[in-house]
Design a binder for this molecule. Structure first.
Ligand SMILES: Cc1cc2nc3c(=O)[nH]c(=O)nc-3n(C[C@H](O)[C@H](O)[C@H](O)COP(=O)(O)OP(=O)(O)OC[C@H]3O[C@@H](n4cnc5c(N)ncnc54)[C@H](O)[C@@H]3O)c2cc1C
Length: 1004
């Protein structure tokens, strides 16, 4: 037996969430204070959040009541019914959470099922009615009981319950409506009274209809407006026994070529004849004098429109069937014979996507109200990544679930609606567009989605499955560039929403939610950009890989090419290379020797630096000196997205660690050395390409030593550039250049590791994006010297971590990551956070310093190249003591010496990288140590000469020289002090018996 209440609380969730927002924010922010200079004495503004900043829950509830024909005030009454002790007041006083409130309210005001078989009592036993009353917590006089059997009704009536005998359901519902005082049967679904700004002259319309259908249609005409039809207002008409739908252009000035309802009429007519389920069209009236704008008429098609694409209330198998039917009908549209249907001239054949990109860019520009960065990026990106159109078919242009009318009892599409955007084009655009809901959250106001739900559990095919199924049905090979189509789809939605928003500002938009669309444009553009990024990755990875050992020998010492930025600075980029020589072997000593794929990447990187990085340098430097410096620079974030979309991302991951190129670009160390040098030319560049320390080293560790779970949790977000990380080894109280000295303890306790220790110089630890600390400590101080240490993955939000202060290098704090001093006190992490196992820390530390060990050296060559380039341009442009600086012998000597220094160091870097590639990191240990010994001091010397040539300016922040110098100098310590590397080189040299041929004893 069912008893029910007048409304379901789930529909009101939003209203309560709003109230909850009001409640929480109200406590913290209800009143603001600020200073001002307007001459008034106001010091604060106090306001209620609900109804001011967010819609009032009362308004939302009232709207819901109107839409659902529930007497106005019902919800409010229910809310305040139990006064101070009721859930509402407890919720408002903060004694209940939103979830708790919704649960209790739901329990009080939702369906209650009383099942005889479970209770052991059955009608007409009056105890079952008593049980219902008890569960509802109501009096008999407050309830109504419906049944078709007299004894049951009698038993209920004996308790004082009002009863209705159901002989005919229709009559019983009428009787119930009379008792309740409001109608239970809603009218035409998805309609409402015509909106004020959308009214049409009813008399003129009625006259026209009677002329069309015959004057015998009498009685008042009923006119309602569909909620649907954001762009072309759509109306329901009942005239006599005819039910029609009218669709018209919106009033007022319109965007060029939009709202072409004549085309809709034409295509629907043709498709209907070709067997595609569409409403039967009756008449097109192009005369604007009848109702103010042209319109057309079609038969009303009763059925179900599923507005929520997650299909609540259906079984998984039903959902699957619905999506299957949707896919099927799309295939049907795309299979229509254009010639037979007379649709050959319905659009231009070919080049659909390029035209669409142009059209929507134009539409967007025409409706633009402010600059949206993601839209700007897309407008640049889309034309450069256009797919080749495989087929030309009718495309719907707005194919989504809520544009389909379904049979009420089976998964069959009765009609496809809204053909406004249809034309001839690339059918994959429709397929992608019909998957929008997969990527939108359920809370998205205008286009509801189910991104936050488990599609497999729901029974809905994933977007990939949906695509595959389509291809299978159409007998097409599956496409791999569908991320492009998704990017394009979301771009188009963003442009449409912007149009709706602009029209809402001028009062022409036909939907009440039009105003919201302005804010949504931005989020759609962001989503589109996510797909553009994915596509960028895919294209990049699909490019054929290099043969690592092919290359050429030649000199690097070409003429440098000074570049000019905003009039003040003259920074040179990489020196132009000499012509290529015959390939002699595996060591590629100049970019000309790189394989075509890597060379292309190299050129792309140079271009990206020229177009995006150098011009941003000044602003990035300003950010680092501003009060906001401990927050990540939005410009860096923007440039990261750009670099990602161009595939200039994670270039550092060596092919040997990531042979399947699953995570990175699959470059060899040698290839990366050339690219890394370019990144070194600007201090800020490595982060833009997700190639900066200490993340690179930590990512290498995770890839080499992490478990699948550790990779999923840390490596993936690091590779995506969503989080950052730090490495905590060095300790203030011990000489940490000898890592065996470190004292931090890692103790096992109750299935956890407990950390205690004091660290400093942990680079990146102050960055708010830093979520992971790779921590080195001792698990067993009694073990052998190199087996005492372990490495743990410590989430930065673990209690007990206290960052004490940022350290500075020559006064430079290097924000937002900084270099921090931190205390770790009783920090507990799960045992599974250990890397490889206890006692393996030293081994991992060695591994960590594998490829990552020479990245700094590669970058230092970049620092030095740029410094030399600056020196030359400066020396050519200034005169002292009667001649240009460049002609002074000491300057000439400095230039010559710098070139030689750079060439020597570069050759050694490339040799080390090459050996790592061909012989392995261990075999390259000597070369690694040598270059670490050489590169920082070489860079210091070259930069120092440049600073000297610049005079005072060289020490200022007007040029990157002082910053370069500070970091080059720091790297003589930070990457292990010079002396430690010298020790390694000396020891190896002494071990190399082959080089000890000369007897040490003096000759007789
Ligand atoms: C900018 C910067 C960033 C850093 N980032 C990190 C980081 O992210 N994580 C981290 O854990 N650490 C980091 N460090 C710390 C760095 O690794 C250490 O400073 C370095 O290993 C030296 O250790 P120490 O400071 O304890 O010096 P000590 O070990 O006390 O050495 C001091 C000096 O002793 C001399 N010396 C040492 N050994 C020998 C020898 N065998 N022969 C002759 N002389 C010797 C050297 O001149 C050396 O400079 C960073 C440091 C800097 C400056």
């Amino acid at each position: 037996m069912y008893t029910w209440r007048l409304f379901q609380p789930s529909s009101l969730h939003w209203a309560w969430s709003t109230a909850a927002l009001k409640h929480t924010l109200g406590r913290q922010q209800g009143a603001f204070r600020w200073t001002h200079s307007g001459g008034h004495s106001y010091r604060a503004v106090i306001f209620d959040m609900g109804g001011v900043l967010v819609p009032s829950p009362g308004t939302v509830a009232a709207q819901w009541e109107v839409q659902n024909h529930v007497p106005s005030g019902t919800i409010l009454k229910a809310l305040i019914r139990d006064g101070d002790s009721g859930p509402w007041m407890r919720f408002m006083r903060g004694e209940m959470t939103t979830e708790g409130f919704l649960e209790e309210f739901g329990r009080l005001y939702s369906e209650i099922v009383v099942e005889s078989c479970l209770e052991g009592i059955c009608k007409p036993d009056p105890r079952i009615f008593q049980l219902c009353l008890q569960r509802l917590n109501l009096q008999p006089s407050e309830t109504i009981f419906l049944d078709d059997l007299g004894p049951n009704l009698k038993a209920a009536a004996s308790l004082g319950i009002h009863t209705i005998k159901v002989a005919n359901p229709e009559t019983a519902v009428k009787e119930l409506e009379a008792l309740l005082g409001f109608p239970l049967r809603v009218g035409v679904p998805n309609t409402r009274p015509v909106r004020k700004t959308m009214e049409i002259p009813e008399d003129a319309l009625e006259k026209y209809l009677k002329g069309l259908l015959g004057t015998h249609y009498s009685g008042p005409m009923e006119l309602l407006q569909f909620d649907h039809g954001q762009s072309n207002p759509t109306y329901y008409i009942r005239l006599g026994n005819r039910q029609l739908v009218l669709r018209k252009k919106p009033p007022g000035p319109l965007l060029p070529s939009a709202h072409a309802i004549e085309r809709e009429f034409r295509v629907m007519k043709a498709l209907g004849n070709a067997g595609v389920p569409v409403p039967t069209v009756l008449d097109l009236c192009e005369d604007p004098s009848v109702i103010g704008t042209p319109f057309y008429l079609m038969e009303y098609c009763p059925g179900i429109i599923y507005k929520d694409p997650s299909l609540p209330g259906l079984e998984p198998s039903q959902r699957q069937a619905i999506y299957n039917a949707m896919n099927q009908v799309l295939c049907r549209i795309h299979s229509v014979d254009l010639q037979a249907g007379g649709l050959e001239s319905f659009g231009k054949p070919g080049d659909y996507i390029p035209r669409q990109v142009k059209t929507w860019t134009k539409q967007y520009r025409a409706a633009e109200t402010s600059t949206i960065p993601a839209m700007e990026r897309l407008i640049q990106w889309l034309p450069l990544h256009l797919p080749r159109q495989q087929r030309t078919t009718v495309v719907h242009g707005d194919f989504r679930l809520d544009n389909l009318i379904f049979h009420p009892e089976k998964a069959e599409v009765l009609a496809v609606l809204d053909w406004e955007l249809s034309t001839l084009g690339d059918p994959f655009a429709d397929v992608a567009y019909s998957c929008l809901a997969h990527y939108l959250p359920s809370s998205f106001p205008m286009l509801r989605g189910f991104r936050d739900q488990d599609v497999t559990e729901l029974g809905i095919p994933t977007a990939e499955e949906y695509f595959r199924k389509y291809c299978l049905r159409m007998d097409l090979p599956p496409i791999d560039n569908w991320s492009f189509y998704m990017a394009f789809s979301f771009f188009r939605v963003a442009a449409i929403l912007q149009g709706v928003y602009k029209r809402s500002l001028t009062g022409q938009a036909s939907s009440a939610t039009a105003e919201q669309s302005g804010k949504l444009t931005e989020s759609m553009a962001e989503l589109a950009w996510d797909f553009a990024t994915k596509e960028g990755f895919r294209v990049f990875k699909a490019t054929p890989s290099a043969k690592p050992l092919m290359g050429s020998y030649h000199s690097w010492a070409g003429q440098s090419s000074p570049r000019t930025t905003s009039g003040v600075r003259h920074y040179s980029s990489v020196a132009a290379a000499a012509p290529s020589h015959e390939a002699k072997g595996g060591l590629i000593i100049s970019p000309e020797g790189l394989s075509p794929r890597v060379r292309k990447l190299y050129d792309q990187l140079l271009r990206f630096m020229e177009l995006n990085v150098y011009p941003a340098e000044e602003e990035l430097q300003r950010h680092q000196a501003s009060a906001d410096r401990w927050r990540p620079s939005p410009l860096i974030e923007e440039l990261k997205e750009k670099a990602k979309a161009e595939g200039l991302w994670n270039l550092f991951l060596p092919l040997e660690t990531d042979p399947e190129k699953k995570y990175g670009a699959g470059l060899t160390n040698l290839e990366y050395a050339h690219l890394c040098e370019v990144m070194g030319m600007c201090f800020y560049a490595p982060e833009i390409f997700n190639c900066s320390a200490p993340d690179t080293g930590n990512m290498e560790i995770l890839l080499q030593y992490g478990t699948e779970e550790q990779k999923a949790r840390w490596l993936v977000p690091l590779l995506e550039g969503r989080i950052r990380s730090c490495f905590a080894m060095t300790e203030p109280q011990v000489a940490s250049s000898d890592a065996s000295n470190i004292e931090a303890s890692i103790r096992e306790e109750d299935g956890c590791y407990v950390i205690n220790g004091h660290k400093w110089w942990s680079s990146g630890i102050l960055d708010p994006r830093c979520k992971l600390c790779v921590f080195m400590g001792k698990t067993d101080p009694q073990a052998q010297r190199h087996q005492q240490q372990s490495m743990l993955l410590v989430p930065m939000d673990t209690p007990g971590i206290k960052v004490i202060r940022p350290l500075s290098v020559f006064g430079l704090e290097d924000p937002p990551g900084g270099h921090g001093e931190a205390q770790f006190k009783d920090v507990r992490v799960p045992k599974e956070n250990i890397l490889v196992g206890p006692g393996r820390g030293f081994e991992i530390a060695q591994g960590r310093l594998g490829p990552g060990r020479i990245h700094h050296c590669m970058r230092l060559i970049g620092y030095a190249e740029r410094a030399l380039s600056l020196l030359k341009t400066r020396a050519m442009s200034r005169t002292t003591f009667g001649k240009p600086l460049i002609e002074h012998g000491t300057i000439m000597a400095d230039i010559a010496q710098s070139r030689v220094d750079i060439e020597q160091a570069r050759l050694l870097v490339l040799k080390a990288a090459h050996l790592m590639d061909v012989a392995g990191n261990k075999a390259a240990a000597l070369e690694i140590a040598m270059i670490k010994m050489v590169a920082p001091s070489m860079a210091c010397r070259v930069i120092d000469r440049a600073i000297q040539a610049f005079g005072g300016a060289g020490l200022s922040s007007n040029y990157p020289l002082a910053q370069f110098y500070a970091w080059a100098r720091a790297l003589r310590i930070a990457d292990g002090p010079d002396e430690v590397h010298q020790l390694t080189v000396a020891r190896r040299e002494l071990k190399n018996r082959a080089r000890l041929q000369e007897p040490a004893a003096p000759r007789e």
